[in-house]
Design a protein around this ligand. Structure first.
Ligand SMILES: NC(=O)c1ccc[n+]([C@@H]2O[C@H](COP(=O)([O-])OP(=O)(O)OC[C@H]3O[C@@H](n4cnc5c(N)ncnc54)[C@H](OP(=O)(O)O)[C@@H]3O)[C@@H](O)[C@H]2O)c1
Length: 336
C-alpha cells in the first residue's frame, strides 16, 4: 500500500513516500481503508523525533483520520464491513484515567498512524462516524477536537455565561470556540491577524484582541471582562503566554495547559496562580469516551468543523508546509 513514513526524525521535509505491505488484521482488529486525515501541530514534533513518550521510528505519521471498514477480525462483533469509522488518538485509552502504557500508544507517534491507504486498529479503538459527518469532517476531530472538549467540558465543567479565553485560531482554539459558544459561554479570542479576528467574530466570538498589536493582551482581556478576568483559558501558547494568561484569569478560574506554541523554555512567574487560587491543569487529548461525547455533541448542535484547506494524498508534505506557515484557521486536511 502507499504510505508515508517518518524514518529519520529530521523534520517533516524528510518524511518518506513508501510502499509497504498492507497491515494484517488480527482477530480483535478492524482494517480500515483510510479516506481522509488531518494535521496537528504535534505532527511536527513527531517528524522531529521530539514528541513526548511517542517516538517510534519508522512510523506512519498523523493521528487523525477516518475511513471505511474493509475487514473485521474473527472475534469482532461490534463492527461490520462498510461502516464508516475514525480511529481514536490514544489507541489504548478507552475511558477513565489513562495509564502510562496507554499513553505510549498515540497514533502517528507511538504506533503507526493514518497517512496510509490502510490501517489496522483494535476494535475497541475506533468510533462510528455519524451520518451527518463526512469522512473529512470526522478526520478533524481526534486530536484538536477531543482536546478542546476534554479541557472545557470534561475537566473545566464549563457553564453557560462563563467567560473563556482562546489563544490564536488554530485547530484546538477553533473547536473550543465552537463548543464554548454552543454551551452559552462568552468567548474572547486572540490572534496575530485582524482578518482571522474578523472571521472568528462572524463565528460568534464576543470579543477579540490582536496579540501582535497588543503585546500586553492580558490587560485588554481584563478590560473586556470588566476587570474580573476569564473563567477558563485554553492555554495553547505555553511558557511564552502562560504568565499573561494567569494574569487575566479570574479568582478561582481554570487554566487548561495544552500547548507549547510560544517560547517553550521561557520562565513563568506563578504568583497570579497562587494569589488567585487558579486551577492549572495539564490536558492531554482524551479517551475514546470523550471522543464519542464530542461526536454526539457536535451532531446534536449541528456544528461542522472549520476546514481551512484540503490537500491530496500526494501533496501531504505541502500540507505540512502550509500548517507550518501559520496561515490556516481551524483544520488542514488531506483527502486520499
Ligand atoms: N495537550 C494536548 O493534548 C494537545 C492537543 C492538541 C494540540 N496541542 C498543542 O496545542 C498547540 C496548538 O495546537 P493546534 O493543533 O491547535 O495548532 P495549530 O492549528 O497549528 O495552531 C497554531 C495557531 O496558534 C496561534 N499561535 C501561535 N503562537 C501564538 C501565541 N504566542 N499566542 C497566541 N496564539 C498563538 C496562531 O494563531 P493566529 O494565526 O490566529 O495568530 C497559529 O496559527 C500546539 O502546541 C499543540 O502541540 C496539545
Amino acid at each position: 500500500m502507499r504510505a508515508y513514513q517518518v524514518q529519520t526524525a529530521d523534520g517533516f521535509e524528510q518524511i518518506a513516500r513508501v510502499t509497504v505491505p498492507e497491515p494484517e488484521c488480527g482477530p480483535d482488529d478492524v482494517r480500515i481503508r483510510l479516506t481522509a486525515a488531518s494535521l496537528n501541530y504535534r505532527d511536527f514534533g513527531v517528524a522531529d523525533g521530539g514528541y513526548y513518550r511517542n517516538n517510534a521510528c519508522p512510523v506512519i505519521p498523523l493521528s487523525d483520520g477516518a475511513g471505511v471498514i474493509v475487514e473485521v477480525g474473527a472475534h469482532v462483533s461490534q463492527w461490520q464491513v462498510g461502516q464508516r469509522v475514525s480511529p481514536i488518538f490514544v489507541r489504548d485509552w478507552i475511558d477513565g484515567p489513562p495509564s502510562d502504557a496507554a499513553l505510549r500508544t498515540c497514533l502517528g507517534g507511538g504506533v503507526d498512524g493514518v497517512l496510509a491507504e490502510f490501517g489496522v486498529f483494535p476494535q475497541s479503538s475506533v468510533v462510528a462516524v455519524p451520518d451527518a459527518f463526512t469522512d473529512v469532517q470526522a478526520a478533524t476531530l481526534p486530536c484538536a477536537g477531543v482536546t478542546a472538549w476534554h479541557a472545557l467540558v470534561v475537566s473545566g465543567n464549563l457553564q453557560a455565561g462563563q467567560r473563556v479565553l482562546l489563544l490564536g485560531t488554530g485547530g484546538v482554539s477553533i473547536f473550543a470556540l465552537q463548543i464554548a459558544k454552543a454551551m452559552g459561554a462568552r468567548v474572547v479570542v486572540t490572534s496575530s491577524s485582524d482578518e482571522k479576528l474578523a472571521q472568528v467574530t462572524s463565528m460568534g466570538a464576543d470579543a477579540v484582541v490582536n496579540y501582535r498589536t497588543h503585546p500586553d493582551w492580558h490587560k485588554e482581556v481584563m478590560r473586556l471582562t470588566d476587570g474580573v478576568g476569564v473563567d477558563h483559558v485554553v492555554e495553547v501558547g505555553g511558557p511564552g503566554t502562560l504568565e499573561r494568561s494567569l494574569k487575566c484569569t479570574r479568582v478561582g478560574g481554570h487554566v487548561h495547559l495544552i500547548g507549547l506554541l510560544d517560547s517553550p523554555t521561557a520562565r513563568v512567574g506563578p504568583m497570579a496562580a497562587v494569589m488567585n487560587l487558579i486551577t492549572v491543569r495539564g490536558i492531554y487529548v482524551g479517551s475514546r469516551e470523550m471522543h464519542k461525547q464530542l461526536l454526539r455533541f457536535l451532531d446534536e448542535k449541528n456544528i461542522s468543523p472549520l476546514i481551512d484547506r484540503r490537500f491530496g494524498f500526494d501533496q501531504a508534505i505541502d500540507a505540512y508546509r502550509y500548517l507550518a506557515s501559520g496561515q490556516h484557521m481551524g483544520k488542514v486536511v488531506i483527502e486520499f
